[in-house]
Ligand binder design. Structure first.
Ligand code: XMP
Ligand code: MG
Length: 180
């Protein structure tokens, strides 16, 4: 932990804004071509990491959306999703709704697969995933990621909502870490 400092910028604020806009356009197109384009889409943001991406994404969406939040406990160190718990549940039901889970990063997929199983059991009409970062090289559990802004490699990243020991979430760009 000692000696970990910010490394080089991986994605600038400008590059992020451009990708967020492009992904939002994709989402607009897809959801506007639904049978009922006027139906609310429930964006489920997974706290804490997803809050900045959510804030930027919703402002580029032209479909009717409502926003809800979910917080879950981590599962310690990798392996299974045993011990994952919901710390803060959604405030509204999602039965019959079109649900889009908004994540900061999908890494092993353990967190997300737990979330998807849990939400699926509530009977949504549709359930898709939009992630800011996708680290597919580390995937343990296969999960379908419909929308992604960037692919990343194995190196830990911070900024734009992502933290190292709760720090650096506020950075407008994504950095690699040095000394980790
Ligand atoms: P899984 O492995 O369940 O993990 O897909 C997803 C969660 O792990 C955290 N995570 C990171 N957080 N920089 C971070 O700040 C990273 O490089 C990183 N990789 C994984 C994150 O909380 C994510 O939701
Ligand atoms: Mg997260």
């Amino acid at each position: 932990m000692e000696g970990v400092t910010l490394g080089p910028v991986l994605f600038t604020a400008e590059a992020i804004a451009a990708r967020v806009r492009a992904v939002a356009e994709q989402i607009n197109r897809d959801y506007l071509s639904r049978e009922d384009p006027g139906k609310d889409v429930v964006l489920v943001s997974v706290l804490k990491g997803g809050f900045i991406f959510l804030a930027d994404l919703v402002r580029c969406l032209e479909i009717p959306v409502v926003v809800d939040f979910l917080a879950i406990s981590g599962y310690g160190d990798r392996g299974t999703s045993e011990g994952v718990r919901i710390l803060k549940d959604l405030s509204e039901g999602i039965g019959g709704k079109d649900v889009l889970v908004v994540e900061d990063i999908v890494d092993t997929g353990l967190t997300l697969s737990y979330i998807l199983r849990n939400l699926e059991a509530r009977g949504p009409d549709s359930l898709r995933v939009c992630t800011f970062l996708d680290r597919a090289v580390k995937r343990i559990v296969p999960v379908e990621v419909r929308y992604r802004c960037f692919e990343v490699g194995e190196d830990f990243v911070v900024g734009y909502g992502l933290d190292y020991n709760q720090k650096w979430r506020n950075l407008p760009q994504v950095h690699l870490l040095r000394g980790r």
